[in-house]
Design a protein around this ligand. Structure first.
Ligand code: PAF
Length: 291
């Protein structure tokens, strides 16, 4: 098997993958496909991390991280488009396994990260982060990358993966890549494709709410309740929105009554617009720097 100039090579088994990356420096970008500019930014960062190595993008809609009433069957899929986006952004290999390759008959192991995976999305989507941690560990074991890149849009997911990698001594460097946003402020997500253009415009209320919290923090507010209220007022301006949570948390995903000026502090939001669940988050950093 050789790499061609025509675009990324698509492989579907761990054996083929190992042949392509053996002896190379490797960067992995795990995705569920339907790639957009946010994924392209991850792939470009991967390319920059291993300029002479191999960039592997996995495209796998992982059934284990979807709850029984979630959108697994309708999750958007378009491999042709994924290959174009991945190739343009600098990927060498796209790993596109079958469900039966990842979860063969008899599969009975899962990875549960306690603590950081429990509040917020962990509470709203029981089992979700166990599905994420399990598939990510499998991908890391199959690809054995030097570096793995994840979007900061899924901030709690990034915290869960970092915890798992530390706790299980997985020999990989985990890097977070900043969220890419539409001009409206809406964080790019494959699930935005469920929304009409008008709904996407209205979904920008999530980022507006986060900016309101950032503004209150920058203006000196340090009480968590007051910060969260600044965001909730903005969310309330969109009648079609049903809010799961808007929470200010530290790096451990726990709330504190007084929010210090710490780069790990974030405000996270999850809400449904016309039934589509969206998440977003932003850092809370005061303009004058750490206190
Ligand atoms: O962020 C995602 O797209 C997924 O949760 C991931 C990390 C690829 C695991 O399936």
């Amino acid at each position: 098997m050789t790499l061609t100039a025509k675009g990324p090579l698509v492989v579907s088994t761990p054996g083929e993958l190992r042949q392509l990356v053996q002896g190379c420096e490797v960067a992995l970008v795990p995705t569920m496909g339907y790639l957009h500019e946010g994924h392209a930014a991850l792939i470009r960062a991967a390319r920059a991390a291993v300029p002479d190595g191999r960039v592997v993008v996995s495209v796998f809609v992982n059934p284990m991280q979807f709850g029984p009433n979630e959108d697994l069957s309708r999750y958007p899929r378009d491999l042709e488009r994924d290959l174009r986006v991945a190739g343009h952004a600098g990927a060498d290999v796209v790993f596109h396994p079958q469900v039966s390759t990842m979860y063969p008959e008899g599969f009975s192991t899962s990875v549960t990260v306690s603590g950081v995976s429990e509040p917020l999305d962990g509470a709203a989507r029981p089992g979700h982060f166990t599905g994420v941690a399990t598939v990510v560990l499998k991908l890391l074991n199959m690809v054995r990358p030097d570096v793995a890149l994840f979007g900061e849009k899924d901030w709690q997911q990034l915290a869960v993966i970092r915890r798992m990698v530390r706790d299980l001594n997985v020999p990989v460097e985990v890097r977070g890549v900043p969220t890419i946003r539409a001009a409206s402020g809406l964080a790019l997500s494959s699930r935005n494709s469920y929304l009409t253009a008008d709904q996407q415009a209205r979904a920008a209320v999530l980022s507006a709410a986060l900016r309101a919290v950032q503004g209150a923090f920058a203006a000196g507010e340090r009480r968590r309740e007051a910060l969260e209220e600044a965001g909730r007022v903005v969310l309330a301006s969109e009648p079609d929105l049903s809010v799961d949570y808007l929470s200010v948390v530290g790096g451990d995903m726990q709330e504190r009554e007084k929010v210090e000026n710490d780069p790990m502090n974030r405000v996270l939001v999850a809400a449904r617009l016309s039934g589509v669940r969206l998440i977003d988050n932003m850092a809370l950093i005061a303009p004058e720097g750490p206190e």
